[in-house]
Design a protein around this ligand. Structure first.
Ligand code: 0X9
Ligand code: ZN
Length: 418
């Protein structure tokens, strides 16, 4: 009895430690500000194991934020000094940032607004998001349906909400996904806000009058869940094809110029492209949905963080796509509208020109092989001095102006294809 009680205790302790979240105690975040002459020194850091690049930009003049674990701090700073790379310390202790945020979230006890089923004063878990979508389907049966477009590696359903006010199934469609990168929490939050406005705000009904919206708020549910339970800074899927490291970068896994540039074949890299293109069930789910509805889909938006940027293909070359003038003008109009509503300035442009190359991304594939002429990756704003993680109190201030950009996209599709 005694020994079984003891072993139970032991088991509980073991379980607790296995489930305990990864700590970022002592991790610092630096903002590098490279000019042309520093780019090589910054590039040399990219391959270094253990450094976590939060910004993908690798062009002069673009700030690059890097998370540095304690054991690498010394050599990292040495490298910066040796090459005179301008930099500043953005976050002195990342765990403190997360700790503060957790305390706020636990103590907030803000009443959820009774008129809405969702709040934008906190980040939603995967289960809460599923519940919200299914509540909407029950409450608005003539406008909303929810489909599962696939299963994640660990077997979680990947939900897509279809918002359609009618028609005979030939209306133009806008596809939006978010959360392929697990830690970019503001992206699913923005997708949820779009859903919330399109469905629950009667004043926005013009946006659904002649256009259908297919929105996947969490394309990488395993990774997203994992960032809530274990490792806040997890980016990739949770697949285990490789026995070296877990996960594949979903935004390098699409089969268009796969693995050619700006992607890694090393399984432990944050930009690991996978053992082959479409190795991940999550990217296959998006692919299969796009192909199934290809003739109707006029616009594709993939939500990420952080920028702010509105990017269009290509991400494998700096060459412009044929319709770049349309893509640029529409992106500019979207940016202008959200700016007028108090949002920040999104840099609008071709992805490789703005950020550098990253082949195998979803917008490239969707445009080139999915038959969708208008494809964008939108990098929502980060948390300023907090780097990646806008505190929950800032969600609404980010997503509400951003909706004005979505309105421009919706209006465009309605005017041109509706
Ligand atoms: O690296 C990425 O996948 C994106 N940046 S993130 O910080 N969210 O990881 C940039 C994607 C740029 N590529 C395309 N627009 N295709
Ligand atoms: Zn991303």
């Amino acid at each position: 009895m005694r020994s079984s009680g003891l072993s139970l205790l032991l088991l509980a302790a073991l379980l607790a430690s296995a489930l305990a979240a990864v700590s970022y105690r002592g991790h610092q975040v630096y903002r590098l500000k490279p000019s042309e002459e520093h780019l090589a020194a910054v590039a040399a850091l990219r391959g270094r194991m253990g450094l976590d690049f939060w910004s993908r930009a690798h062009l002069a003049g673009h700030p690059v934020d890097v998370r540095v674990p304690p054991q690498l701090l010394h050599s990292f700073r040495q490298h910066l000094d040796r090459h005179n790379v301008p930099h500043e310390l953005l976050i002195a202790d990342l765990e403190e940032v997360f700790q503060k945020e957790r305390n706020l979230t636990h103590h907030k006890a803000l009443p959820r607004r009774p008129e809405s089923r969702i709040s934008f004063t906190e980040y939603q878990t995967y289960d809460e998001i599923r519940q919200y979508l299914s509540d909407l389907a029950s409450s608005y049966p003539s406008l909303v349906s929810v489909e599962t477009i696939g299963q994640s590696f660990e077997g979680r359903p990947i939900d897509m909400i279809k918002i359609s006010s009618g028609g005979d199934g030939t209306r133009p469609v806008i596809v939006i996904d978010a959360g392929i990168h697990a830690r970019e929490w503001i992206a699913p939050a923005a997708a949820l806000y779009v859903i919330n406005q399109l469905v629950e705000n009667a004043a926005e009904s013009a946006l659904t009058a002649s256009v259908d919206w297919h929105i996947i708020p969490v394309l990488n549910p395993d990774g997203y869940e994992y960032t809530f339970t274990s490792e806040r800074m997890w980016r990739k899927t949770r697949s285990t094809e490789s026995n070296l490291c877990v996960g594949v970068d979903g935004n390098r896994n699409y089969d268009f110029h796969w693995m050619e540039v700006g992607a890694s074949s090393f399984p432990c890299s944050e930009t690991y492209a996978g053992p082959e293109a479409f190795s991940e069930s999550e990217t296959r789910a998006l692919r299969d949905h796009v192909l199934a509805d290809s003739s109707r889909i006029q616009l594709y938006l993939s939500f990420h963080s952080y920028g702010p940027y509105i990017l269009y293909p290509w991400s494998y070359t700096a060459e412009m796509p044929d319709n770049w003038e349309t893509l640029q003008a529409l992106g500019d109009a979207a940016n202008a509208a959200q700016e007028a509503a108090g949002g920040p300035t999104y840099a609008v442009g071709e992805s490789t020109v703005i950020l550098g190359a990253s082949a195998g991304s979803s917008d490239d594939w969707t445009k080139a092989l999915g038959g969708v002429e208008l494809a964008y990756t939108i990098e929502l704003p980060g948390g300023g001095s907090l780097g990646f993680d806008p505190p929950a109190s800032e969600i609404i201030g980010i997503v509400a102006p951003f909706f004005e950009a979505i309105r421009v996209f919706g209006q465009y599709v309605s005017d041109n294809f509706g």
